[in-house]
Design a protein around this ligand. Structure first.
Ligand code: ADP
Ligand code: BMX
Ligand code: ZN
Length: 296
């Protein structure tokens, strides 16, 4: 039985796990460095994988950013402390001397969640509301990665043409309003310069009215994204993940705003079954599929 070392690189945290037949055997996690120096990220990745890689046959990496030909290009470099154009596949090959496969984190999570659905629909979407807002799609039972790895970057579709400037360079993207980063930024006006998305949620759950406005605005924005995706792709179900997507009450708020739209926009929205581990489980499963064909 082959063992996979799966790594999930997000804008806030990096997790690594040894996985066999979809089961996590060992899990380690650390904070994503907030530096535009690529050596800082490489150092963090080395620290994470060194105690694990010798037990692995291959590596499966899910990362925030556009993954094309093994290079990570940030669509929103702010999510990675300004880091861009990082040779992610080469770095892992160098660190672990094992075959490496890399895809986008939300694409990986979509693949994990698709396989866990009871009804096995032909088309589904996954949305992560986390440091950024990412998405992944399975259409006609196939994970859509896109010719250049860009497919799924629905966090950068338009939510408000007069909204905040997004780190990708476009004004009013969904991510600039509804991501954990955007929620934290909106909260800084009321809760201080160090305010994070998580702190706004704590205030929200305590009944603060400013936090309520911010969280509701984010949920309404995600509900509209859900509606746009349903009407564009005729999806059958959408899974919501990421620490904001999984935060208490957020899913029910999204469902509440979605219900106010006409019937054609309605779709079942559920929590990611594999929770925070969706990226790890999904990329391990995707790599198993990939490496089986290459007779590893
Ligand atoms: P990553 O983007 O690295 O995958 P997360 O999914 O944890 O990481 O998303 C990080 C964002 O979620 C940050 O903006 C953080 O403030 C926010 N966050 C973390 N924990 C919570 C929580 N319990 N409730 C709401 N927001 C949270
Ligand atoms: C951003 C983008 C996506 C990513 C999404 C969620 C970058 C660096 N990332 O829209 O590729 O899937 O964030 O990422 O441009 P996370 O860090 O919030 O998990
Ligand atoms: Zn954007």
């Amino acid at each position: 039985m082959k063992t996979c070392l799966a790594v999930d690189i997000g804008g806030t945290k990096i997790a690594a796990a040894l996985i066999q037949s979809g089961q996590i055997l060992k899990l380690k996690q650390l904070a994503t460095p907030s530096s535009d120096n690529p050596d800082e990220l490489t150092r963090a990745l080395r620290e994470l994988v060194t105690p694990l890689y010798e037990q692995a046959d291959y590596l499966a990496v899910a990362s925030t950013g556009i993954i094309d030909e093994g290079i990570l290009t940030a669509l929103n470099p702010n999510n990675l402390g300004g880091l861009n154009q990082y040779p992610i596949a080469e770095v892992f090959e160098h660190l672990c001397h094992r075959p490496v496969m890399v895809i986008n984190d939300a694409q990986a999570a979509a693949w994990a969640e698709y396989q866990l659905l009871d009804s096995m629909p032909s088309s589904m979407g996954f949305i992560t509301v986390s440091t950024g807002v990412g998405a992944g799609f399975v259409i006609n039972e196939e994970l859509v990665t896109g010719l250049h790895g860009i497919a799924g970057h629905a966090g950068h579709t338009l939510a408000d043409p007069n909204g905040p400037m997004c780190g990708c360079g476009r004004q009013g993207c969904v991510e600039s309003i509804a991501s954990g980063t955007a929620i934290g930024k909106a909260g800084q006006l009321y809760f201080g310069d160090e305010c994070t998305g998580e702190m706004v949620f704590t205030q929200y759950l305590d009944g603060d009215s400013h936090a309520k406005d911010i969280v509701e605005n984010a949920a309404k924005t995600i509900a509209n994204l859900v509606a746009d995706l349903k009407i564009s792709l005729d999806l059958q179900v959408i899974c919501l993940g990421g620490s904001v997507g999984l935060a208490p009450k957020f899913l029910s708020l999204v469902q509440h705003y979605l219900k106010q739209l006409p019937p054609a926009y309605q779709i079942e929205v559920i929590h990611a079954h594999s929770g925070a581990n969706a990226g790890l489980i999904g990329v391990a499963s995707w790599a198993e599929h990939f490496f089986q064909q290459t007779d590893l």
